[in-house]
Design a protein around this ligand. Structure first.
Ligand SMILES: [Fe+2]
Length: 173
């Protein structure tokens, strides 16, 4: 299987129960999130995790499982971020490759793990050929993988509740 440019995979219950509980246990306390000023039209807060953080280590321990899902050989790249969407927060339609060198962009994958979600926001994926939109309510321990220059996606504004996710990248090796 080859992972196509516009493919994306959504996996329920990606981490084992005990690993996922450990991830929830090690989430940063709500006081340390900072406003995220990024490239896109968005509003949210985030915390960057260090390379020795237990959550970063758990992610690195599971990269081979992601590789099996997408049929690629990759390794963890860059920082792991925890992002929190509160009331009014969102991220508009985007691809993630603007952060990276244009020549390098086919080699990266974006991964998102939902930690908690009491919000009414939807994660949406757009087929730019047909205009069709796949609208998903992300559940705890649900994992999404996509090519960073692939499918356009967004998170619709939260009007109630909050949503905490972990975001990281993988790079082809
Ligand atoms: Fe994204």
């Amino acid at each position: 299987m080859t992972f196509g440019l516009y493919d994306y995979v959504i996996v329920e219950n990606f981490f084992t129960q005990s690993d996922f509980e450990s991830i929830l246990l090690h989430l940063p306390s709500s006081t340390v999130y900072v406003k995220d000023m990024g490239y896109y039209s968005h509003k949210r807060t985030k915390v960057k995790l260090g390379s020795e953080h237990p959550i970063t280590r758990l992610i690195q321990d599971n990269v081979d499982r992601v590789n099996q899902l997408i049929g690629e050989k990759t390794k963890h790249y860059g920082e792991v971020e925890v992002r929190k969407y509160n009331k009014g927060d969102f991220i508009d339609w985007h691809r993630d490759y603007d952060h990276l060198n244009v020549n390098a962009k086919p080699n990266y994958f974006e991964c998102v793990l939902t930690c908690t979600n009491t919000s009414d926001s939807k994660t949406e994926f757009k087929d730019e050929c047909t205009g069709e939109i796949n609208s998903v309510t992300t559940e705890p321990n649900q994992f999404v993988i996509l090519c960073i220059q692939g499918v356009k996606h967004r998170v619709t504004p939260v009007t109630t509740g909050e949503r905490i996710i972990i975001k990281f990248k993988l790079k082809k090796i």
